[in-house]
Design a protein around this ligand. Sequence first.
Ligand code: EPU
Length: 340
Amino acid sequence: MLHIHDQDLTSLNTLGLHSRARALVRYSAVGQLPLLTQQAARYGKVMVLGGGSNVVLAPLLDCLVVKVESQGIRVLDESDDAWIIEAQAGEVWHDLVAHCVGRGWNGLENLALIPGTVGAAPVQNIGAYGVELDQRFHSLTAWDLLNGRQLEMGPEDCRFSYRNSFFKQSEPGRWLITALRLRLPKAWRPALDYPDLRDHPMLQAGGAAVSARRIFDAVCEVRRRKLPDPAVLGNAGSFFKNPIVDAAAFDAVRKMHPDVVAYAQDDGRAYKLAAGWLIDRAGWKGRRMGRVGVHDRQALVLVNYGGADARDIAQLAGAIKADIQARFGVMLEQEPVQVC
Ligand code: EPU
């Protein structure tokens, strides 16, 4: 197992933040896991890194970074009504989606082009265009780096909710997700409720003719149009969660801003507000603060124009949060994991 000391992580996080780690090892096969546990104990602190697309890395990480690079996709089981697909954690998420759609194993098409790896997908319960990972989740295998044991976990164990899971709440560096299993029902129905898809010109052929491949292509088109490509402009996707507020807080915002974009939850007892709308309305879209800024097409995305580190991002994020709190009385919560 290749072990590198004093590793530069700038090219290993999609925000492109300057960051160095005390050491890095690359994980590619389950046989390495017991050794990884020994090394984790030696370093004390561990950070598990996938595609680096949902993290804000501090300038100096005094820990062992485990870069997950295991590969493999297979059909684990096929019954009359579903395929169970198993993918190793280091696979690129989008490649898994393309692989499945290409073979007619439909159901992941709405999640096309989400950056990151398979192993990271359950951590934040990735979601887009009306579908969340937990709707396709079957089970996963995780390695407990602290106690050196393997665990099979089902949906209840993972405690999924909006951009959240057991893993996002656990102590950092304890769990390494090694494999993910998805259940893709053969009775496929397109999920076209999300406005960007419902109104998409590529999907106007009429309900029955809409295929998973077309949805895949439409989602890729929308994402390429709306979201900056991390290879061109450093970013970590949505930087804030869409805040969920109670009916009273929603009413207070709506009274002042009748056009606020919000989605009713739990039969109208709570509302998910579009954070992008709030930040946009507050005038932040396209604004720059030194080496970082707010993307000019999507106010929910913070970008690195080059040379930034976590302190630049914290300053901008802090200013946005304070402003949104003052204007709308709403607390924004950071979505990417803060690693310090
Ligand atoms: N809006 C604005 N101005 C903006 C951005 C958005 O007014 O600058 C408005 C839009 O017009 C729309 C509403 O806000 O009415 C929602 O915007 P959009 O549909 O673009 O989605 P979002 O809420 O900004 C969420 C996810 C994205 C996901 C999209 C599509 C979160 C935090 N973000 O964004 O996820 O791709 O929906 O499903 O839930 C990610 O998590 O990294 C991510 C990109």
